[in-house]
Write a protein that binds this ligand. Structure first.
Ligand code: PMP
Length: 286
């Protein structure tokens, strides 16, 4: 089935959608994005993603393409047009184009480019991958210093996934100055003696929307949380580990750099948090 996508005010078949070759997203990675998951045909934590989008745009001095209400309407319409029950919806906003290539930002009245598209993913919530758990490797974090802004500069995370694949693993956790920053497309956690440990928010990591929700739910479930820097060796010696992201929710990690965690199966805290997250998120979806 041909997808219907959204480009600058129009709903079009994906084969007919176009953006300029001078678009700054293409030429300079001058663009930000969001990914929202869809369960039961509804958006999970749209509000969180909309707020983070506004922040990313503001940090880069980029104009908002439209209001939050309009964005919600576009999301919901695209989910409906593509008949998505479980899947993802991507939103990309670039600084647009003034018809040429120049490092200098185009004039402030240049219209941003707004693109949205869906991915149909039946079985996203009840996935084999989450039942098995993920194997991760560690790699150096050589990304830029504003990882809190959700830009489309995804080349290094993409290379990290390829390094993981080449090593027979599923993903990579990145390390800077001896401490784990985050996964290529998720936030990283380990659990030791019942305490959940994760890196505190700063410019060094993306402020995960799923991270925020999961930490709140863990706190409500009386789990102990420590937000602090941690090493990969600590994580390797942990009882269990997991990642969070809008596209994979809570994903248990069962192996780090070839070292098995616990009995090599998803840990109880990761499994419980996944259940709670899915249940509460479905109930609040719009
Ligand atoms: N860190 C990075 C580098 C990511 O790409 C993502 C996913 N976009 C996350 C963390 C998780 O963020 P969220 O929970 O908002 O999907």
């Amino acid at each position: 089935m041909t997808r219907t996508v959204y480009v600058n005010g129009e709903y079009l078949p994906e084969t007919e959608a176009k953006v300029s070759i001078f678009d700054r997203g293409f030429l300079f990675a001058d663009a930000v994005y969001e990914v929202t998951s869809i369960l039961d045909g509804k958006l999970i934590d749209f509000e969180g993603h909309a707020v983070r989008l506004e922040r990313s745009l503001k940090e880069l001095d980029m104009a908002s393409p439209c209001s939050k209400d309009e964005l919600l309407e576009i999301h919901q319409k695209l989910v409906e047009l593509n008949d998505i029950n479980e899947g993802l919806i991507y939103l990309q906003v670039s600084r647009g184009s003034d018809g040429d290539r120049d490092f200098v930002f185009p004039s402030a009245d240049t219209k941003p480019t707004l693109v949205l598209f869906t991915q149909n993913k039946p079985g996203l919530a009840d996935s084999d991958a989450s039942r098995k758990g993920a194997k991760v490797i560690s790699i150096e974090d050589i990304r830029w210093g504003r990882r809190d802004i959700k830009t489309v500069q995804l080349l290094y995370p993409s290379m990290g996934k390829m390094m993981a694949k080449a090593a027979g693993a599923d993903d990579a956790w990145m390390i800077e100055d001896g401490h784990v920053t985050e996964g290529t497309s998720n936030n990283a956690y380990f659990v030791k003696d019942g305490t959940i440990v994760t890196r505190p928010l700063s410019n060094d990591i993306l402020h995960g929307i799923t991270r925020k929700a999961v930490l709140r739910m863990a706190e409500e479930a009386q789990m102990k949380i420590e937000e602090r820097l941690f090493t990969i060796d600590e994580a390797k010696e942990a009882d269990e580990a997991f990642t969070t992201s809008a596209s994979a929710f809570v994903m248990p990690v069962v192996e780090i750099d070839g070292q098995q965690l616990g009995d090599g199966t998803p840990g109880p805290i990761a499994k419980r948090l996944r259940e709670i997250y899915l249940e509460e998120s479905r109930a609040a979806a719009i």
